[in-house]
Write a protein that binds this ligand. Sequence first.
Ligand code: F3S
Length: 282
Amino acid sequence: MEIITAGSAGFCFGVKRAVDTVYELSSQDKKIYTYGPIIHNETVIKDLEKRGVGIINSPEELYELDPNDTVIVIRSHGVSENIYNSIAEAGFEIVDTTCPFVKRIHDAVSEASNNGEEILILGSSDHPEVQGIMGWCHGPVQVIEDASDSHDYKPLTNKPIRLVSQTTFNNKKFEDIVEILKLNKYNVNVMNTICNATLQRQNEAEELASKADIMIVIGDRHSSNTRKLYEICAAKCPETHFIETLDDLNLEVPKSVRLVGITAGASTPQNLIEEVQKEWKN
Ligand code: F3S
């Protein structure tokens, strides 16, 4: 039996940068808080907690902290303009690890909406990245999650529409939705803002899943990019399994299995991927 792990499995550049920054800061004398969990991974969060790194989830919680000795870290998903300003105006030092690919979307929607364009975001409306992007729009904005929503979509104005997507959106869905909007003859300026790391991860996962007998997707259930990866793999390989930890791994494998594929979401630590590989090899 052969085991192949996708080269792009695990931390992407933006998540690695954010997590490394928090670890570096945790050795300083100041108190460190992240705005929202820095990563969708319980093991990393617990380890950071042991190092004294706290989490806040709303601007109201800033009142309980002392701006003179506290650093607030903004995670790779980014935050809305209002939240950013609340933290800065309260006098806290900000370490902004918003991924540059996300920042690029903030700048684009901010500029487009200042120029009178209406914004359309493809993504999950309750995802922090999408909420952050919405918070940089200075005019009408809507979110659609999938192709079925796009059939019902109606612009709010008769202005041009600037379309962007969550960085981890499924590329195939993106193309389907753009096609539907074009068929409806909407005046859409399309910006495919799915990041390269996501595209590469999705393409590799799809390719591996189409030849694997069993596909393992490792990641946190709250991680939206891991769930999308699971969807992509399951469409190609019926024996796709989503696991969060080693305990979820069922190693009773039929003899006929020749190839096991492994991939992992952007917030899955390398050591967990290696543990899973080791289990299969043993
Ligand atoms: Fe950035 Fe893409 Fe990762 S947007 S945080 S490199 S998934």
